[in-house]
Design a protein around this ligand. Sequence first.
Ligand SMILES: O=c1[nH]c(=O)c2[nH]c(=O)[nH]c2[nH]1
Length: 288
Amino acid sequence: MTIRLGPNRYGKAECRLVTVVRDGERHELTDLNVSTRLAGRLDATHLTGDNADVLPTDTQKNTVYAFARDGFASIEQFGLRLARHFVAGQDAIEQAQVHVESYGWRRLGGHSFARAGDEVRTATVTATAEQAWVVGGLHGLTLLNTTGSMFKGFPRDRYTTLPEADDRILATAVDARWRFASADVDWNAAFEAVRDALVGAFVDTYSRSLQQTLYAMGERVLQRVPEVAEVRLALPNRHHFLVDLSPFGLDNPDAVYVAADRPYGLIEGTVLRDDAPPPGPAWDLGAA
Ligand SMILES: O=c1[nH]c(=O)c2[nH]c(=O)[nH]c2[nH]1
C-alpha cells in the first residue's frame, strides 16, 4: 500500500473588511468577507514541513487589506486583482481562488446605514384570566455610523491599551424589548413608531459612548410611543478597528477597517417611565 497526498489548498478564511469613502458629507460604505485559497506545488510542506513555497495566510490577509486601500469598483474586480497577484507572485502557486461576499447596507443618511436582511420582530404575550401583558421586540437590526462617534475620557490602568478615539465607526445590532402599559394598542403602528425612534436616535445622537446612545434610543421610544412603559436594550459594540497599513508603506485615512467578530463589548440597559405600571410576571426572567 502506498499513501499519497491528494488535492489540497490553503488560505485565509473570512477576512472581514469595511471600507469607507469619505467624499464630503456623503460616505460610501462597503462591507466584505474575503477568503483566499491557494493551490499548486505544495507537496513539500505537507510531506516534510518545508515551507519555502508557503506564502503565509497572514500575508494573504494583509494583502487583502492593503489592496482594499486602493478601492475597487466591484467585488469581481477586487477578486481578480488579488487572485492574479497571488499567482504572479509565487512560483509554486498555480491557482488562486478568492471568494468575496458583500453585505448589503441601506442608507439612512449621509453617514448612517442599516444592514439589509437579518431583522426579526418579536412579540411575547403573557395572560392570566384577569390580565394580559404584551412585550414587543426586535433583534438583528444592525446600524452603523461612519462618523459622529467618539470614546475618550475613560480611566487608564496598567492593562489599558485602547487609544482615545475622536472619530470612530459606531456599529451595533440592536436587541430590544419593550413592554406595553396596556393590551389595547395599535400594535403595528406602535412597532413602526418604536423602530423609527430607535433608528432615529441612533442616527441623530452624537455619541460619546454606546451607553449614551443606548439611553438616547430608549428615551426617544418613550417620548414617541406613549403606550410603551419600559425599554430594554442590549447593544453589542461591533468594533471596527482601523487597519495599520504602515508596514506596507500605505496610509490609512479612516478608509479600511477590520470588522472584528469576537470579543465584542455588550452594553445593556433599561430606560423606563417613573410612573410605569408594574411589569408582567415574566419580564424579569427575560421571557416577557
Ligand atoms: O462606547 C463604548 N463604551 C464602552 O464602554 C467601551 N469600552 C471600550 O473598550 N470601547 C467602548 N466604547
